[in-house]
Design a protein around this ligand. Structure first.
Ligand SMILES: N[C@@H](CCC(=O)N[C@@H](CS)C(=O)NCC(=O)O)C(=O)O
Length: 252
């Protein structure tokens, strides 16, 4: 008998880290693919009234929704196999902090910034794309600053916070690869070794590289600097043009 059932969706990032966790812990889970809330049947809605993904059902029938709760629950249940919750109580809560940051800040901004670019994604847009872009860049900077000199988000070993954050950053890097590698060197250095873990690769596959038209606000720091230089040049030439008549006026 399987140790539990994960209702997931191949393409939705909130399911990826749980599947990677199951591999790292060598768990025998059943996996049931759910398309989305719109066509979730009555049986699934009884487990998760919003019809959202993921949902986990333990072997004794205990039902849990919300990806961060599911990750924490499974990691706690099987902590004896591998510790992925931090080395002490403070690290445990730092893990919770980064799970929440990833799920309720970074992924939300990234979704709002990404969906208009990936026009083939059908989804509900819940916030303005420009606001999301601004927030996303601030959050990425916070993450990059935090990861300076660190291998993992919390403490000295891999935790579920790394798994969740890595799956979300992976979604973004596939689209913003032109700028993120350069703009966020600490994220890049942290990202690859975790992405390349065999357990992660088995779930997430090779990192795709989409060539999409990126709006100026998200083109990265180099593009931003080029834009600012162009604006300063333009301003200088306007000022020079404006100065000429007065120079003529005061000349004898
Ligand atoms: N707060 C929930 C959010 C779940 C959620 O929004 N999942 C998305 C997939 S990543 C979903 O179910 N989207 C499909 C839909 O809304 O139809 C969690 O953290 O698990």
């Amino acid at each position: 008998m399987a140790m539990g059932t994960l209702y997931y969706n191949w393409f939705k990032p909130r399911s990826i880290a749980i599947r990677v966790l199951a591999k790292l812990l060598d768990l025998d889970l059943d996996f049931i693919h759910i398309n989305g809330s719109e066509d979730a049947g009555a049986a699934y809605l009884a487990l998760n009234p919003l019809g959202k993904i993921p949902t986990y059902v333990d072997q004794d029938g205990f039902v849990l929704t919300e990806c961060t709760a599911v990750l924490t629950y499974i990691a706690t249940q099987y902590q004896h196999k591998k510790s992925l919750l931090g080395a002490n109580q403070q690290e445990y809560f730092k893990v919770q902090q980064w799970l929440s940051f990833a799920n309720s800040e970074l992924l939300v901004s990234m979704g709002g910034a990404l969906y208009p670019i990936m026009k083939d994604f059908k989804t509900e847009i819940v916030c303005d794309a420009d606001d999301c872009a601004r927030m996303l860049l601030r959050e990425l900077q916070v993450l990059d600053d935090h990861l300076a000199g660190r291998t993992y988000l919390v403490g000295e070993s891999l935790t579920i916070a790394d798994l969740l954050m890595n799956s979300f950053i992976g979604c973004g890097i596939q689209v913003f690869h032109q700028s993120w590698w350069d703009d966020y060197p600490n994220i890049a250095r942290w990202f690859l070794p975790i992405y390349n873990l065999p357990e992660n690769k088995a779930v997430a596959g090779e990192l795709a590289k989409f060539e999409k038209e990126i709006p100026p606000a998200l083109q990265g720091k180099k593009a931003q600097r080029a834009l600012e230089t162009a604006q300063v040049d333009e301003l200088d030439s306007v000022m020079l043009r404006d100065e000429q008549p007065s120079a003529v006026l005061v000349s004898p």
